[in-house]
Design a protein around this ligand. Structure first.
Ligand SMILES: [Zn+2]
Length: 490
């Protein structure tokens, strides 16, 4: 079944415990960095590095979800494996996967797992461009950047780990995509970025890829940054620009001897034909202040004016003042009563009250709870509601002092949970890439007229890598976007 909030386990909590335990057990050791030859200070042995990465991989696969296209996954893995095989650490358990995420991002876990988001896949136009990003991520792993980061982060956090929230649900909003997973999205330093760029270039060259692909890729990322107008896209937030990246890549290009290197444009374009583009309606979306989920056939409203987020395992909202949070997830149990019992049985949760009721015709249990933390006391309201095959848990919490202010707000929001049967949303087609062969030479404008898209001309330009005034050669494979998609998603 589709729908990310189906995945009701919490990957973050387990991961942070695992990584914490590993770091605490680890002895400090000096080692020679395999990719750079330099000496490095590391708390983590190679075995631990691999173990950490494999654990985290399971969490990412389940928590973020893989893009459902076995042929595309196999293709990305084969390109990645070939590159890893010419790296300094060919023996690692390498894996290369596409996560079902519309953002422009790529990341590496310790000891082998590499991920591309389908959003960055939509922006590549050649296999060489994809190889440049895979090579860069492989570089983070061969140079053990995340291991060093984790060593450092864990050193700082060891004292905190034991005290981290007993109840994973009650994490601050900013942590929604982070928590334990934050460890995977650690910011690398600029030096690490430069080094990975260089290593990626090395692996591309060894396989005979045209290194121009790296230059093109960095230009795509720069264009994206400019287009986002100040907002920091994911890639930039995890991979800070080392500065003059395009220039550095051009210099490497000038000194390399590869001519007529592999580009594989048509091969790449054919692979991504039909790939989802933008948000997938099947994962649920916000429309007119309402969250609707076409596959789970449900809807609800968060309080007006709250910041909302459709995260992989939950849907979240935070009050404008940042002092209250609401969250919807799938709960464990077959009935609202079972789910409520499991919730209130958790260590650290005091049950203040609970009663059976119905909400918009659905069987439910509603209750209030309290949690004592070192930092203070939290009060919350929770609703367990059965709909279809699932029990949903909808909760709101704030500090005890603020509960008086928010009690009615929470109550009103919980009562909006209802079945959703509107054909318009149930039948909403996602946006997809469609690859077309351009019949004769034409401008981007002409292409946009001849092969209309459900996104703007600017977006079509950006995903095709066309500058202003670019003329498309006859016979080129180009991307258009079809399908209505989620309202307001460009
Ligand atoms: Zn990087």
């Amino acid at each position: 079944m589709h729908g990310s909030i189906m995945k009701n386990h919490n990957p973050r909590f387990r991961l942070s415990r695992t990584a914490g335990a590993i770091a605490m057990l680890a002895l400090s050791a000096c080692a020679v960095n395999p990719a750079t030859g330099g000496r490095m200070f590391s708390l983590v042995s190679e075995g631990q590095e691999i173990e950490m990465g494999q654990q985290a991989m399971l969490q990412v696969d389940a928590g973020m979800g893989l893009y459902d296209d076995p042929a595309l996954q196999a293709y990305v893995d084969s390109v990645g494996q070939a590159m890893a095989a010419v790296s300094e650490r060919p023996e690692l358990p390498w894996s290369f996967k596409v996560v079902d995420d519309p953002v422009i991002n790529a990341f590496a876990l310790p000891g082998g797992p590499v991920y591309l988001a389908r959003g960055i896949m939509a922006h590549f136009n050649t296999e060489a461009e994809m190889a440049s990003v895979l090579g860069h991520e492989i570089g983070h792993i061969t140079a053990r950047h995340s291991v060093e980061q984790i060593s450092r982060a864990q050193l700082m956090q060891i004292g905190l780990v034991a005290g981290v929230v007993l109840v994973p649900e009650l994490r601050p909003f900013g942590d929604a995509l982070g928590g334990g997973l934050a460890i995977l999205f650690l910011k690398f330093g600029r030096d690490d970025e430069s080094q990975s760029d260089e290593l990626g270039f090395r692996y591309m060259s060894r396989l005979g890829y045209d290194p121009q692909g790296a230059v093109d890729m960095f230009e795509i990322l720069e264009r994206q940054r400019d287009a986002s107008g100040g907002a920091i896209p994911e890639w930039q937030s995890t991979h800070p620009d080392p500065g003059n990246r395009v220039l550095a890549a051009e210099q490497r290009l000038a000194t390399s001897r590869i001519e007529g290197g592999l580009v594989r444009r048509d091969e790449y374009m054919q692979r991504i034909d039909g790939m989802l583009f933008g948000k997938d309606p099947a994962q649920g979306f916000f429309v007119d202040g309402r969250f609707v989920h076409p596959t789970l056939r449900m809807q609800f409203r968060f309080p007006q004016g709250w910041d909302t987020q459709n995260a992989p395992t939950s849907v979240l909202a935070q009050s404008p003042e940042g002092d209250a949070v609401m969250q919807l997830t799938a709960a464990e149990g077959d009935t609202p009563e079972e789910a409520a019992t499991a919730f209130f049985d958790q260590d650290g949760i005091q049950r203040l009250g609970a009663r059976s009721r119905t909400v918009n015709g659905l069987r439910a249990v509603q209750g209030t709870f309290r949690i004592e933390l070192q930092q203070g006391t939290l009060d919350g309201q929770v609703l367990f509601v059965k709909h279809g095959d699932l029990v949903f848990r909808f909760l709101g919490y704030t500090t005890s002092e603020r509960m008086g202010t928010y009690a009615v707000t929470f109550e009103r929001s919980l009562e909006t949970f209802a079945p959703m049967n509107e054909e318009r949303w149930i039948n909403l087609e996602p946006k997809r890439l469609e690859i077309v062969r351009v019949p004769d030479e034409m401008t981007a404008e002409r292409f946009f007229q001849r092969f209309p898209s459900t996104v703007t001309l600017e977006t079509v330009r950006r995903i095709n890598g066309w500058d202003q005034g670019h003329v498309i050669a006859a016979g080129t494979l180009a991307k258009r976007v079809v399908g209505e998609g989620v309202p307001g998603d460009e």
